[in-house]
Design a protein around this ligand. Sequence first.
Ligand code: FES
Length: 137
Amino acid sequence: MSDEYTPKIVAFCCKYCAYTAADLAGSMRLDYPTNIKIVQVLCTGRIDVLHILKAFEKGADAVYVAGCEPGDCHFLEGNYRAVKRMAYAKELLKEVGIEPERLEFFHIGASEGPAFAEAAKKMTDRALELGPSPLRK
Ligand code: FES
């Protein structure tokens, strides 16, 4: 692996929880990787498999979706639908030769700044371990 490899990570974050947690992590001055590109969405239920595939196609080394805690989705079941869709997206990634570990879903409440920082670190570490996405090679 090249010494210059800095993983590109895309994080789709629900406006009501994970995005607020990301803001909080910043306000708390928590230390987390700066290579995360956050995309705010109204609800993770809005994330389509195509959004995930597009992120990888555009050069992401890892992608994660962060939504409300179970039972807390403002649109009732959006986060449950997102979890199912991510499982399906992982299958598709496997079929096209991309490690499914490059995709993850996290439940992160609005007050959980440290959990957001932890998820960012976890996905960065994972992307470092896996190396650049096969689509980038
Ligand atoms: Fe946050 Fe649905 S409103 S996951």
